[in-house]
Each structure stands twice: as C-alpha cells, then as structure tokens.
Design a protein around this ligand. Structure first.
Ligand code: FPP
Length: 263
C-alpha cells in the first residue's frame, strides 16, 4: 500500500524512497512518458462536459509532477495535445489550449520551489499566441532549474517530428555540412525534439487503450510499456507506484542477454 506522504515537506521527502519500500538498488526510471487518456470518459460517467474531464486531468498533472519530483525522477513527458487533436470541436481545442496558462498560473510558485524545469516539444508555432507566450515564459523562467524536467508534448506528433528531422538532416547534407555515410542512429536522435533528453524508460498509457497514437515512435524503441484501465483524472500516486513496481520487475535486455543467461 502506498503511504500518503506525497507533497509533504522537503525534510519528509528525503526518505520517500525508503518509505515506499524502495531501496537504493531499486531502479527508479529516469524518464517516464505518459499518454494521458480518458478525460472525456471520466466526464461522461459523471454527466459532465468533456472539458470538465480535462480540468480534472490538469489537477492530476500537478499531483503526478509532485510525486515524480519527490521520487527523484529526472524527466516526466506528458502527451497533452497531439497533432491529431485539432480535429476535435473548436470549443474543446480552445479549452485545451488554455490549460497551460491555468496550470502554470497556479503551479508556478511550487515549480520554482521544487526547482522543476518546464519544457515543451511539438510544433509550437501553430499554437495560439497566448499559449506560446505562457509556455515560453515558463521555459525561460525555469531554464536554470536543475530538478525534474516537466516536458509537455503540445501539438506533438512523432511522424511529423521525424519528417522535420529528416528535412533538417537533408539541408545539412545539401550544404555539405554532413556526409551521408556518417549518418547513423545517433544523428537522427540528435535531430529530434528530445535530443537533450534520455529515452523514456517507462511509458504509461491510461484508460485501457493499448496503442501509441503517434507518440515518440523513435524514442520508445526499448522502453517498457505499462497500461492501465484507470482514467487519467483518477490516476494518482498509488497508480504511479504500481507502474514503477511493475517496471522494476521487468528484465530489460535491449535485444541481448543478461549475464546469468549466458552459458
Ligand atoms: C485524452 O483524453 C486527453 C487529452 C487529449 C488531453 C490531455 C490533457 C490533459 C490531461 C491536461 C494537460 C494539462 C496541461 C497543463 C497542459 P480524451 O479526452 O481523449 O479522453 P476520452 O478518450 O475518454 O474521450
């Protein structure tokens, strides 16, 4: 059972791993990526408008960011808006575009106190100016913070990201700055929006859907996947710990064999 200790004082936080029965040998994933799904269904179950589900989902973001920070996770990437989400009704899109402002307005003091760095990945230029402004301000204000990286995928699509990387690489080749023969996997990795981040160790998708929905296709090549029926607004510290415990039981071999398996 998860003890209800998240979001407590810094002093108490220090022993969080210990209190969760995690020894130093228990591997805490460095980078967790989450496909936050099920806000609409959460709202529907309560006969509420879909945006009420997104609002509740935003509160879960705060809860999980705190918990990730308390656990010493280095990067938390959250799929907040995909390139496909523009197909939703304008009123819903407008609401989603306003969420970063709502979130950052109330959470920024704690972000600074916790030394969290806000980042985003996605086609920023296509976001409404007001959304771009709040995200830019948050990124600028937190750029020297050295704690948890809270990375929002906003207007993000993995295929578009790869296309953009290919084009950028081709430009460098055509300028003579890059030799085709020298292109390898690391070249591509370096041209993606995640070039400064480690690859995710653990991917979580909520709400019972079992697909990637164009999320980090390159970066998830060796990531452990964990799916839950829990709807994102109902996701909490306990569900996160369940995912982390499941991750710790996995045997990550990266296509090779572990020492004890080699005869
Ligand atoms: C998918 O659920 C969820 C989204 C498209 C939006 C996710 C956004 C948040 C959780 C809040 C983000 C917060 C910030 C601060 C940017 P869905 O609506 O498709 O759910 P459904 O499948 O049940 O309809």
């Amino acid at each position: 059972m998860l003890k209800n200790i998240f979001g407590k004082s810094k002093k108490e936080k220090k022993s969080l791993k210990e209190q969760q029965n995690l020894s130093n040998n228990d591997l805490i994933p460095s980078h967790i990526a989450i496909i936050m799904d099920g806000n609409g269904r959460w709202a529907k179950k309560r006969a509420l408008p879909r945006v009420a589900g997104h609002h509740e989902g935003m509160k879960t973001v705060r809860k999980i960011a705190r918990c990730a920070d308390d656990l010493g996770i280095k990067v938390l990437t959250l799929y907040a808006f995909s390139t496909e989400n523009w197909k939703r009704p304008k009123s819903e899109v407008d609401y989603l575009m306003g969420l970063p402002e709502k979130f950052l307005k109330s959470f920024m003091p704690e972000i600074m106190e916790r030394n969290i760095r806000v980042q985003m990945m996605g086609e920023k230029e296509a976001l409404p100016t007001s959304t771009q402004t709040v995200l830019n301000e948050a990124m600028e204000r937190t750029k020297n913070n050295s704690g948890l990286i809270l990375n929002f995928a906003m207007n993000y699509g993995s295929r578009a990201e790869i296309v953009r990387a290919m084009k950028d690489i081709m430009v460098e080749v055509s300028k003579g700055n890059l030799n085709v023969d020298s292109i390898d996997e690391s070249t591509i990795t370096n041209y993606l929006m995640t070039s400064q981040l480690p690859e995710p160790d653990l991917l979580i998708r909520t709400s019972g859907e079992v697909r990637l929905s164009n999320f980090m296709l390159w970066q998830l090549a060796y990531t452990e996947f964990w799916f839950t029926d829990t709807l994102w607004p109902d996701f909490n510290e306990e569900t996160l710990m369940e995912a982390i415990h499941a991750f710790q039981k996995r045997n990550r071999r990266y296509g090779g064999l572990k020492g004890e398996e080699i005869n």
